[in-house]
Design a protein around this ligand. Structure first.
Ligand code: DGJ
Length: 718
């Protein structure tokens, strides 16, 4: 709900359990509050001044350095990190944005960029007549989520060019400067490890300069009270619906406040607007919880499932796939693939996905990318025999693509070497023996749209895995306006989203899974198009406990593709029990990444039962509330509890990681259940009250478990 109180010039935005308040004073749109619901409309009395140093101000008014501002700009006395840095034609940076009006919209859109769906959007317009700028600030609130989505549109209303040097999506000035900053760092096959550091004064930031969102750092951050825990304390989160180079920063300021900002990375960025032109920033979402980091995650999960993921798939049962990558890598023919397909019959697996290697001259990773026609040396009759075999065995068929890439050894590259990104005078750098196509160019996108859509049209394909296996180097495009050479990373994002619109959205019948060497492009922008993303190339159950734990800080389980693979594990050589691999792979849309035809009979025999169990409780993965019970980064145990929204059932997955000799008894308290209701534990037949489980946890003979053993318990309210 959005309310404007004329008398106090206050905007009050109400989401589920949260209030976001702003007010106009002396023409400036000031931030008043974001957090748990408050009812006082006019919070302007909190505009008190604190520690100062040489404040610059308009006589009689408060210094901009002292107040909480919704769109802080550089140059008029606010010395903290600005949201906007705009330059006039002579290099002037001063910018004084004054409130000019507001409107309320439904279904607002940003040019070429993904946004959250639904909600109600307040658009506040600010302007600066001297600089010739108008800025629309977008605020979307949702009655079912404690979140506010923000973005900005900058328009050149002047008579000369305007240079945008920084255009973040938002700024949030929080009271106090005693927060901890939580971010997610990682690497390929070890994505999204939570890191928590105390912030007091000065700037701390995380970013990507890779023209992709992750894996070294993820476009997410949380500011939590120093005392906040998994289940208690104030926690504020930010995440970006953006898949290219980004930055999130926070600054503890001298007056005792903390600013949180983020959006397009302004490193090597600028964008020139001619008179009349405008520029949209990506959308950023803020969420709030007073239930600690766990509450913050649940808020992000609810937002993603209700307002980001395509509603046609969001809470619908997902395909259970078998993927041939770890089974065959590039070395397959019909016979090897048929063996896997045949073995899947009757197991509950419903989709066979043919991974890399089916096209062009692809026999290893050195050739073929860009040539999206079947490799007739490997598959002389094309895809049809494989698809027919799938259908005969009751399976659907899925196919792998990596549309953004090209191998120098490909027909596409030989015909259009200039379509690969490169910087004049330099030999473009290879990564995995491939180059990146310049999707900022329309003719390149047209080729990709035509060639991928042709394969989808000519074959019965139900599932696509869209991969991307390197980051961009040698940034430059001949197609860029010479004034906008520093806008390449953002232009790439716009090109990518155009591809998604024309391939993913143009094929609504096909289920698209995102992937980037596993989880190297894992963000809410991608989730807008891909209901799930291959969480990591690391399929070891032990590492997956860590990766899925960290990923869950921001992203719902329904977004994390999780597959069972063989042991010794291909990434790290570890051997874990088959039951543990299944238990961990059931904490997201599940599947298999192995040669089913070579599986030991005792493991093969378990698959049908495992899949039936997964299907029975899939609603917990798709829409349940997640409570993190044990943190795998302390190396002893991992634990996730999934609780149905109506609290009628729950599932607890525990994995013992490293056994400590003669260890103390662990305490796994189970919050989130109905405290007064009784729950039957299906595996033991025992019954406990929700309150007992919340205080004492589940009685367990932990000593009986060995390294990497899993224990799964299902709770049913009786
Ligand atoms: C990286 C992906 O994450 C893998 O699952 C697989 O699809 C390979 N690429 C294929 O090249």
């Amino acid at each position: 709900m959005i309310v404007f109180d004329q008398k106090s010039a206050t905007f009050t935005l109400t989401g589920k359990g949260v209030t976001y308040a702003m007010g106009v004073t002396d023409g400036v749109l000031e931030h008043r509050y974001f957090g748990a619901s408050v009812v006082d409309g006019d919070l302007s009395l909190y505009r008190t001044e604190a520690a100062t140093s040489f404040e610059a101000r308009v006589p009689g008014k408060k210094s901009q350095n002292q107040i909480a501002v919704e769109a802080p700009a550089y140059g008029r006395g606010d010395y903290r990190e600005p949201m906007l840095v705009l330059r006039g034609e002579n290099g002037e940076t001063a910018l004084d944005l004054t409130y000019t009006g507001y409107r309320i919209e439904k279904n607002h859109a940003l040019k070429g960029l993904p946004t959250c769906r639904g909600g109600e959007t307040l658009v506040v317009t600010l302007s600066d007549a001297v600089r010739g700028v108008s800025v629309d600030l977008f605020y979307t609130v949702f009655d079912d989520t404690p979140a506010v989505a923000r973005a900005a549109r900058i328009t050149n209303t002047g008579k000369s060019d305007l240079k945008i040097q920084r255009a973040y999506s938002d700024a949030l000035d929080l009271p106090g400067n005693g927060y901890d900053l939580i971010t997610l760092y990682g690497a390929w096959a070890r994505e999204r490890t939570p890191e928590r550091i105390p912030i007091r004064h000065g700037v701390a930031s995380v970013d990507s300069k890779r023209v992709s969102s992750s894996a070294p750092l993820n476009p997410f951050a949380a500011l939590v009270e120093h005392t906040a825990t998994e289940n208690a304390g104030r926690a504020y989160g930010i995440a970006l619906l953006y898949s290219s180079s980004w930055k999130i920063a926070c600054e503890g300021a001298q007056n005792g406040s903390t600013r949180l900002i983020g959006g397009i990375n302004d490193f090597a960025f600028s964008k020139t607007l001619a008179p009349g032109e405008s520029f949209d920033t990506p959308e950023a979402v803020f969420v709030y919880s007073s239930e600690g980091i766990g509450g913050l995650s649940r808020a992000f999960h609810d937002l993603a499932r209700a307002h980001i993921v395509n509603p046609a798939f969001a809470d619908k049962p997902r395909p259970i796939v078998v993927n041939n990558w770890e089974a065959t890598y590039f070395d397959f023919d019909y016979e090897r693939l048929f063996a896997i397909i045949d073995a899947a019959e009757g197991t509950g697996i419903d989709t066979f996905v043919l991974d890399d290697g089916w096209f062009g001259a692809r026999v290893n990773d050195s050739a073929g990318l860009g040539d999206w026609t079947v490799n007739r040396n490997k598959l002389p009759e094309g895809l049809t025999p494989i698809i027919d075999r799938c259908h005969e065995r009751g399976l659907k068929f899925g196919l792998w693509f990596e549309p953004e890439m090209v191998n120098p050894d490909s027909d596409l590259y030989r015909a259009h070497p200039d379509w690969a990104i490169g910087c004049p005078g330099y030999e473009p750098l290879l990564s995995r023996r491939q180059l990146v196509l310049d999707v900022t160019r329309k003719e390149v996108r047209d080729y990709l749209v035509e060639s991928v859509n042709r394969v989808l049209k000519e074959n019965a394909i139900d599932y696509v895995k869209w991969d991307s296996n390197r980051n961009v180097s040698d940034l430059w495009s001949p197609a860029a306006d010479p004034r906008d050479r520093e806008c390449f990373a953002h232009a790439y994002a716009l090109g990518l989203y155009d591809l998604f619109d024309r391939i993913v959205l143009a094929n609504p019948r096909v289920f698209f899974e995102g992937c980037s060497g596993g989880g190297s492009r894992y963000d809410f922008g991608m989730l807008r198009y891909f209901p799930q993303i291959w969480t990591s190339d690391d399929t070891d159950a032990g590492m997956r406990c860590m990766i899925q734990y960290g990923t869950s800080y921001c992203y719902p389980l329904s977004a994390m593709s999780c597959h069972v693979s063989v042991c010794p594990n291909h990434q790290n050589g570890r051997t874990t029990p088959f039951a543990t691999r299944c238990a961990v792979a059931h904490l997201g849309p599940t599947g298999y990444e192995l040669d089913l035809s070579k599986l030991p009979p005792e493991e093969k025999a378990q698959i049908a039962e495992q899949n039936a169990l997964y299907r029975r409780d899939e609603d917990l993965v798709l829409s349940g509330d997640l409570y993190r019970i044990a943190d795998p980064f302390d190396v002893r145990a991992f634990g996730f509890l999934l609780v149905a929204k109506d609290k009628s059932k729950a599932a607890l997955t525990l994995v013992k990681l490293l056994t400590l000799t003669n260890a103390e008894r662990p305490l796994f308290r189970l919050p989130g259940l109905d405290l007064s209701a009784a729950y039957l534990v299906e595996e033991t037949g025992a019954t406990f009250r929700g309150g007992t489980l919340a205080e004492l946890g589940l009685p367990l003979e932990w000593r009986d478990l060995h390294d990497f053993d899993a224990a799964v318990f299902h709770f049913k309210r009786v």
